[in-house]
Design a protein around this ligand. Structure first.
Ligand SMILES: [Zn+2]
Length: 603
């Protein structure tokens, strides 16, 4: 979908960034701007600012910032197209679509799902069986308010009750089938309702629109052959491999807690939310898929699995865990099922117990160790071999070499064997990488995250230097020619223009500097209003910034040199490179030492 520039402008004109950001985070007015604790990084002292005058936001802690669209993309974890939809909706702007036919089809499926959801909601508590279904839910501890919030319902045990209702509202039987709500009849009759005599759990997308349903059998006439749970099949709207139940309600809490708790059942997620554990979602009707993990990655790297699992047998779960590990999630495990209870039951009995279980969740490696060592005899040679078979692939998947070495030592120690033997076997261990990179959607790359942080930091430092120069033009004298190569080209040009005698007011009118200057202006306002910086002199501040920039550059150079050393086959050249490396490393060391720390200034 492509929106025209004029539509984007119209959306921007109609909305106020203060209202949009304010609906996600608590804003406090400070002078001309608003301030908040940043929703994108963890901090105590708020350094997140929203400027109504410039219709922009900026965090001076992590560097996040820009327009209303960037904010929605970041906080909702969605692509531009979806952010556009969300904001167009709020602004009351109707977007022109590229393919009106497809749009209409999707739109009608959304309408059908929503109508069906209302239909099921009405049935719950109304018909005789609907009443019983509701009593059953309440008895299981689900409160009235949760029934409403999650739009729980009941599908009557009739063949065409829902279909006839939807047809009366102007939808075709074919469309009802496409929404996954009806099934074609083999005898050539009208399609019949898929969900009959079931408690209905609507499934929402990230914007809380109904896209599918899960149904739990309840007083169905054809009791014998019916599966306990059925789900909407794959439709234009619903794909189980990409949907996590409850994520629409959980996403902000997952980000805030920087942790996501994964359960297996709808009621687990509902009960958890009801008791305030709002960072909980359910993986329903499927194992953890690459798409699930890619979605979760937008919100947090920390997963707590409250699954019923058996590492020796359950391959689907294991595949999900392996994949999560290779995507560098930190995984912890709660063994809830040992007492035969599911999370919903534990939470109902005692939220405190659940809190305890969460806080005592064990790291995945500890879990591998425990299950392997409790399943086999570590004193027998055969037992040692079997233990190795379970643990070694898990160790091999660990990306961080220091962490990996820790577990190698531990395994050798516990088995009472030499570390070299473990290392040797590690080479042969299969990592069972079950998914291809294409399936994952992007290659796991440990360096990108680090690189991005360094470059964000660099940007913040440069902004600070210019902000200082705006406040005290004489501070430009502290910047020497040799420093200029540390900057990004745009900053370099700007500083050179200023040092050459250009006037600030003139430069700030140039289009290429607009974004930078908007940010800077907000920064200067924030500084005057909130006094973000310590009471250091401008010179000291600039020196700190420059030296941290130098540190970033040196680290970068050292990383590149390390790669070159690894690749170099000529021994003599290698020797020279290593000497050069040592020299640069010393420089970095001095750079850090002269600043007392990593040369970090409060930008
Ligand atoms: Zn931030």
């Amino acid at each position: 979908m492509r929106a025209s520039d004029s539509q984007i402008k119209e959306i921007k004109d109609r909305l106020n960034i203060v209202d949009i950001v304010g609906s996600y985070v608590k804003l406090t007015k400070t002078g001309a701007n608003y301030r908040a604790v940043c929703p994108f990084h963890s901090e105590k002292k708020p350094s997140f600012f929203v400027s109504p005058a410039r219709q922009m936001f900026k965090c001076f802690g992590c560097g996040a910032g820009s327009s209303i669209f960037d904010f929605v993309m970041k906080i909702e974890g969605v692509e531009f197209g979806d952010a556009l939809k969300i904001l167009a909706n709020k602004a009351g702007v109707e977007l022109k679509r590229e393919n009106p036919k497809l749009r209409t089809e999707r739109q009608r499926l959304y309408e059908i799902c929503d109508l069906a959801c209302s239909f099921f909601e009405k049935q719950l508590g109304n018909s005789a069986w609907g009443k019983e279904a509701k009593e059953y839910l309440l008895k299981r501890g689900i409160k009235e308010e949760s029934v409403k919030k999650w739009r729980l319902g009941y599908s009557p045990d009739t063949w065409q009750g829902l279909s006839d209702f939807l047809v009366s509202r102007g939808y075709k039987r074919e469309e009802i089938m496409k929404a996954g709500l009806a099934v074609a009849s083999e005898r050539g009759n009208n399609p019949y309702d898929r969900f009959r005599g079931r408690i209905i759990f609507p499934i929402f997308d990230l914007n809380s629109q109904v896209i599918g349903f899960g149904g739990r059998v309840f007083k169905s006439a054809d009791n014998k052959e019916t599966a306990k749970y059925i789900n909407t099949p794959q439709t234009l709207l619903y794909d189980k491999s990409g949907v996590l139940y409850g994520l629409n309600y959980a996403k902000l809490s997952i980000r805030k807690n920087n942790q996501c708790v994964l359960t297996e059942g709808y009621t687990d997620a509902i009960m958890a939310h009801q008791q305030g554990f709002e960072n909980t979602v359910a993986v329903s009707g499927t194992a953890l898929t690459p798409r699930h993990l890619n979605i979760l990655k937008r919100y947090s790297d920390n997963l707590v699995l409250a699954f019923d699992m058996d590492l020796a047998g359950d391959t689907a779960t294991k595949r999900g865990i392996n994949l999560a590990e290779s995507l560098e999630f930190n995984i912890k495990i709660i063994e809830t099922y040992k007492g035969g209870k599911d999370p919903a039951e534990i939470i109902l009995e005692s939220p405190e117990n659940w809190r305890q279980l969460l806080s005592k969740a064990r790291a995945i490696m500890d879990y591998y160790f425990d299950s392997a060592f409790s399943s086999f005899d570590k004193s027998a040679p055969e037992g040692k071999k079997e233990i190795g078979k379970i643990i070694l692939p898990a160790i091999k998947r660990i990306q961080n070499k220091i962490e990996q070495s820790h577990w190698i030592q531990k395994l050798a120690e516990k088995l009472g064997v030499k570390e070299e033997a473990v290392l040797e076997e590690l080479k042969n261990a299969k990592t069972e990488s079950a998914y291809s990179p294409a399936e994952i959607g992007r290659p796991p790359s440990p360096t990108t995250a680090v690189g991005a942080t360094a470059s964000q930091r660099k940007k913040l430092l440069e902004e600070k230097i210019i902000a200082l120069a705006v406040k005290n033009p004489e501070s430009l004298n502290f910047i020497e020619d040799r420093h200029c190569n540390l900057f990004y080209p745009k900053t370099k040009n700007l500083i050179e223009e200023l040092r050459g005698g250009a006037v600030f007011a003139d430069i700030s009118k140039k289009e290429e500097y607009k974004e930078l200057f908007d940010t800077l202006a907000l920064r200067v306002e924030a500084e005057y209003e909130e006094d973000l910086t310590d009471d250091r002199q401008a010179e000291e501040e600039i020196q700190l910034c420059l030296s941290e920039l130098k540190g970033i550059e040196l680290r970068n150079t050292l990383n590149n040199m390390l790669d070159a050393i690894k690749r170099e086959s000529d021994e003599q050249k290698k020797e020279e490179l290593i000497k050069e490396f040592d020299k640069k490393a010393k420089e970095l060391h001095n750079c850090i030492k002269s600043n007392g720390s990593y040369g970090r200034t409060s930008v």
